[in-house]
Structures are given as C-alpha cells and as structure tokens.
Design a protein around this ligand. Structure first.
Ligand code: SF4
Length: 184
C-alpha cells in the first residue's frame, strides 16, 4: 500500500467508537427495531467517512484480497466483502487462527487488522491503533515486531489479481444490492 506520511489520522481510528460499535459486527444479532435503526444510522455514518477517505480504494482492495478482517472496513461489511470476493473470483485461505492477537471484550482482533491500520496511519501513535482494535499498546507493539520479523503472511490466492478499480466497481454493486434488499 502506498502511504502518504503527511496524511491525517483516518476516520476509522479517530471514530473507532462508530467503527467498532457492536451493532456493526454482523456476528451479533440485531434484536429489535430500535437497534436496527441505530445500526442503519451507524452504517451510514461509517460509509460516509470511508467515502471521503483518500485511502478507500486501496483499503478495500487490501481487505478483499489480503486481509480477512472483521468489522466495517472501507464502506463494506465482512459479509459484503465475502460477496465481492466471490464475484471477483478471489479466494483467501482459511483464517490462520494462530494469527489472532487475542480476545478483548468478546471481540476477536487479528494481526492483519493491526498491520492494515498501521499502514493506513503510519504517523499515528500506537495507542490510536490499540484503541481501534481494542487491545493494549504492548499487544500492538508485539504484533508489529512479529510482522516485521516474519513478514505478514499473504493469504490471497495469487492466481487472481484484481485492481482497486475492479474492486470498487464490484463493491458499489454489492453495497447497492444490500441497500435495495433492506428497503424492500
Ligand atoms: S476507507 Fe479504510 S482507512 Fe479509510 S476510514 Fe474507511 S476503514 Fe479507515
């Protein structure tokens, strides 16, 4: 990923309270109408922030082709990214559970997410990354050291290379399809 070292902090770090909200985690069921309304509001806010982020195309491409991270990333949910991969013919190897950094407040986070955030926010203090993924600064340091030592495993099926433009075009279709289904 190309990184502008003069960039501002990304919205997903600055507003981690929105991006990490449990209602944006698809693995949690949404039980009532009030929660569904709040979920829709949070998703709209996060989508707008990602749409204005200069890193969106590369962030989404990485999240589709390299890192099977959880949560809301680059204007998409985990389920939407699975559909984008299916349409593009991109296969990621099964999650390497050894790469999980731990469990905090019932939420799993993985090393790939720490790496992705570090690349997107190279000038930010590690405490901002730690706040985003919900772990301690020492955990972030430990995993960044390990990434540096070993290199981050790429879990992409290298036989299929896609461009950020392809990913963005398919993502727009998938996200619009989700909106149409929700409105029906
Ligand atoms: S596009 Fe990616 S880097 Fe930018 S705010 Fe959204 S999740 Fe963060």
């Amino acid at each position: 990923m190309t990184v502008d070292t003069n960039q501002q902090i990304t919205a997903c770090v600055e507003f981690s309270n929105i991006f990490l909200h449990p209602l944006l985690d698809e693995s949690q069921g949404v039980s009532n109408q009030a929660n569904r309304r709040e979920q829709a509001m949070l998703r709209t806010q996060a989508e707008k922030m990602c749409a204005q982020c200069p890193l969106q195309a590369q962030c989404l491409t990485d999240a589709v082709t390299k890192f099977d991270v959880s949560g809301f990333v680059a204007g998409t949910t985990k389920r939407q990214r699975q559909e984008i991969r299916a349409r593009l013919g991109v296969n990621l190897a099964d999650d390497d559970f050894d790469s999980y950094a731990g469990v905090t407040s019932g939420r799993q986070f993985d090393r790939a997410e720490i790496h992705r955030l570090r690349m997107a926010n190279p000038t930010e203090p590690l405490s901002a990354i730690a706040a985003r993924v919900g772990c301690s600064v020492s955990t972030v340091k430990r995993h960044l050291r390990r990434i540096e030592r070993e290199g981050l495993p790429t879990r992409t099926n290298e036989s299929r290379t896609v461009t950020p433009e392809e990913v963005m075009a398919v993502a727009a279709d998938v996200v619009n399809g989700t909106r149409r289904s929700a409105a029906a």
